[in-house]
Design a protein around this ligand. Structure first.
Ligand code: CTP
Ligand SMILES: C[C@](O)(CO)[C@H](O)COP(=O)(O)O
Length: 243
């Protein structure tokens, strides 16, 4: 499976002076955690990292230090996430029929979620990882800040990534979006606006998008929990083997 990783943002909400994906999380850059999960995925065999020219040397160094077995291609980012993904689509090998698109900022993604999406997209035209919302969501009139509607929560899902698509269809939707001037925050919206079906795949509660400093602290907590659990499992295995 082909994977495109949009990693060309500026990290404004992180209050970072540089691309937030270069910030350290525990002992390595944020983007390194995302790449390690892609490396551990059984289904992903090709990785495209979409980044700004000023970040290229840093990203190349990070990839080199990870000693990945899978090929990593660097693709020029755009002014928006939508533009970056468009550039990524142009850079896919001609033989790519389906693609997963995953935010570099969603660095806690598990290999299992990559693999579930990679297998599921073989049976559909478009899908997204998503989780049911936990809060009651309100639609608010921006001028008055008054609530105008409260959608039925059981129909509301928080979109995550990976998002997966048939390449040719997604390319057509991106082309139409550029022609129509659509400005979207995820690729599924382009599919929806082209009246194409997008399947929901159960995401992961821990698959948060590291956007603000609080998210970075949450990500560190989650990673520490995972590492402690892995250590416990290793110790249990050793204890079982040495009985
Ligand atoms: N022009 C852009 C903007 C964003 N992204 C990527 O899209 C993902 C989701 O974007 P977001 O979390 O908004 O990242 P930033 O745009 O960096 O954050 P901000 O909006 O706070 O500046 C990130 O992995 C980001 O690197 C991208 O590839 N190209
Ligand atoms: C694609 C996405 O992660 C789905 O929730 C989200 O739309 C990205 O938004 P951002 O503003 O580019 O972070």
């Amino acid at each position: 499976m082909y994977l495109l990783i949009p990693a060309a943002g500026l990290g404004r909400r992180m209050q970072s002076s540089r691309n937030k994906l270069l910030l350290t999380l525990l002992d390595k850059p944020i983007i390194a955690w995302t790449l390690k999960a892609a490396e551990a995925s059984e289904q992903i065999h090709w990785i495209g990292v979409i980044c700004q020219p000023e970040d290229l040397v840093d990203f190349q160094e990070i990839v080199a230090n990870l000693s990945l077995t899978k090929p990593v291609h660097f693709i020029l980012g755009g002014a928006t996430r939508q533009d970056s993904v468009y550039n990524g689509l142009q850079s896919l090998p001609a033989m790519a029929e389906r693609v997963l698109i995953h935010d570099g900022a969603r660095c806690l993604v598990t290999p299992k979620l990559f693999d579930r999406c990679a297998l599921e997209i073989l049976n559909s035209q478009g899908l997204i990882a998503a989780v049911p919302v936990k809060d009651t969501i309100k639609i608010v009139e921006p001028q008055t800040n008054v609530i105008t509607n409260t959608p039925d929560r059981c129909q509301l899902w928080a979109a995550q990534t990976p998002q997966g698509f048939e390449v040719e269809l997604l390319q057509q939707c991106h082309d139409k979006g550029r022609y129509q001037g659509w400005e979207v925050t995820d690729d599924a919206t382009l599919f929806e606006q082209c009246h194409l079906p997008v399947q929901i795949v159960q995401g992961e509660e821990t698959n948060l998008k590291v956007t603000t400093p609080v998210d970075l602290a949450l990500a560190e907590f989650i990673l520490r929990q995972r590492m402690e659990e892995q250590l416990r499992q290793s110790l249990d295995t050793i204890s079982t083997l040495t009985r």
